[in-house]
Design a protein around this ligand. Sequence first.
Ligand code: PEP
Ligand code: MN
Length: 334
Amino acid sequence: MIIVLKRGTSRETIDKFSTALKKNYDVTVNEWQGVNETVLGLIGDTVSIDIDYINAQDIVYSVKRVQEPYKKANRKFHPEDTVITLSNGAKIGDGSLSILAGPCSVESQQQVTEIAKAVKDFGATVLRGGAFKPRTSPYAFQGLKAEGLEYLKRAREETGLPIVTEIMSETDIDLFSDVDIIQVGARNMQNFSLLKRLGKLDKPILLKRGLSATIEEWLMSAEYIMAEGNQQVILCERGIRTYEKFTRNTLDLSAIPVIKKLSHLPIIIDPSHATGQSWLVEPMAMAAVAAGADGLIIEVHNDPPHALCDGAQSLTPEEFHRVVDKVRKIKSVI
Ligand code: PEP
Ligand code: MN
């Protein structure tokens, strides 16, 4: 961290400030005396330093971080890739291509089981399905909640596929004890009390990128989970808000190599929520795999026009089959 002090700061004040920094944080302080300015360089564990606090000090002209504010999620401190092992032994982030697929929302036992069987036959490795649905309108279908979770577990029993499903509130956490991967949706990416609670679990967490979150904010949310002890975080890019209206969101594919550079956590891509239209899922899924994604999460419905949520972006099982074939081919040549 680089701190530029205001001109004219007295020797005594600089010394007092330096001593306080060394006392309060695990850092060494180097000082450079320029013609007009004094610059302090802090080396060590700077992640716990609140940059706003430093900026608020009377003698500080400006302050800049040179080290990322996240540590556990940072590749610098953990060079090897994190590999997540699911309850059935399947792995995410080990160089294989994970395919998470299923309906946007669980609608009935029959619906989710039928889709689970189809996606399994066509190459899915994890079954997705929302039981608690974050809808923009309070009048829209909100999900089957606890009942939906039971249907998902039943579908898991029938297919052997691990399940991933979204939690919306920490008050529901006990209902998720038997879920294989807990999803934190885009709208909850900065629900810090939820993240902290999930950090106390020994369970993989799928952390979706917020609608307008920067990559650093997203990694700081992963850090919230990891700082509490749970290192099993899978990142999911699902499109961000831009001025473009043609697609539901704008898929930030550059997030894949950027995350790979900055972090050791696996990253998967959600081309369904990123585009909002089923015909765009295939090209974006292929591009994501080409760019190095560890997996894809794709919405599949047995009857998209009658889906209770996100029908327009849902693939039929046959369309899903085609996409899986294509992405596996891409994977085999990269
Ligand atoms: C979902 O996966 O069904 C979902 C609501 O996703 P997101 O949080 O990315 O909008
Ligand atoms: Mn959806």
